[in-house]
Design a protein around this ligand. Structure first.
Ligand SMILES: NC(=O)c1ccc[n+]([C@@H]2O[C@H](COP(=O)([O-])OP(=O)(O)OC[C@H]3O[C@@H](n4cnc5c(N)ncnc54)[C@H](OP(=O)(O)O)[C@@H]3O)[C@@H](O)[C@H]2O)c1
Length: 200
């Protein structure tokens, strides 16, 4: 007889959904997203809202969590967490104990992503998992063969340096182009990922 829990886990996919500079940076060297936020975001916000409909859980590294917490002043305005994360559980990978946004369902975890994957899938409740970033954490999921899809919205911006999009080797046999879409000044590419990544 099939196990209901395993059929749920089969449906849950890990998706790296992000904006990037044209030359592959998620943020500038000081974690700033000014290069992105100065571009009109109306269409992008609608796209993000549509994407999050199928998301049950968010997963991110501590730099991403702390950037959002500081940028949105979430310790003073915890209600703003809901606007982006809703009620979704958020797994934050960290070896520290960062300050928690009051009232938010945040689960601080550390170590191998494979160790936490069953809990992440269970928390997703049959929906997909948004791997928010940063790039190395996404790479850890790719290393483990757990990354199913990459959706990158490229902005018409380059930076001389910054935080890398995905610092791993994934060759063309692992990345299948599934979609190409224009969204205002952005270009969105969707890839299906198979197999495992390799460290550079
Ligand atoms: N353009 C976009 O849409 C977009 C998307 C995502 C992120 N970003 C930005 O890009 C930047 C990403 O920063 P980042 O590359 O430094 O990445 P990050 O993944 O957000 O944070 C990295 C940190 O997470 C912790 N960590 C990672 N893997 C871990 C593991 N397996 N176990 C325990 N802890 C682990 C470590 O910190 P500690 O152990 O010291 O806590 C590590 O230094 C941020 O500024 C973020 O805001 C932009």
């Amino acid at each position: 007889m099939s196990d209901p829990a395993s059929s749920v886990s089969c449906m849950t996919r890990a998706i790296f959904y992000t904006a990037s500079t044209l030359n592959g940076f998620l943020a500038d060297p000081h974690d700033s997203l000014d290069w992105l936020l100065t571009i009109p975001q109306d269409e992008a916000m609608a796209d993000i809202a549509a994407f999050t409909e199928r998301i049950g859980v968010m997963v991110e590294g501590s730099a991403t969590y702390e950037w959002v917490r500081e940028h949105e002043d979430l310790l003073a305005h915890p209600e703003r967490w809901q606007q982006f994360y809703g009620d979704r559980p958020t797994f934050v990978f960290t070896r520290r104990q960062p300050e928690r946004v009051p009232g938010a369902d945040i689960r601080f975890v550390q170590g191998a992503v494979t160790e936490h994957w069953p809990d992440i899938v269970a928390a997703a409740g049959g929906k997909d998992v948004w791997i928010v970033g940063g790039g190395d954490l996404v790479g850890q999921f790719a290393d483990a063969g757990l990354l199913d899809e990459i959706v990158v919205t490229f902005a018409p911006v380059t930076l001389a340096a910054g935080k890398p999009l995905l610092p791993r080797d994934l060759d063309h046999t692992r990345l299948e182009l599934m979609g190409v879409r224009r969204a205002g000044p952005f270009a969105e590419l969707t890839y299906r990922v198979s197999g495992r990544a390799h460290h550079a």
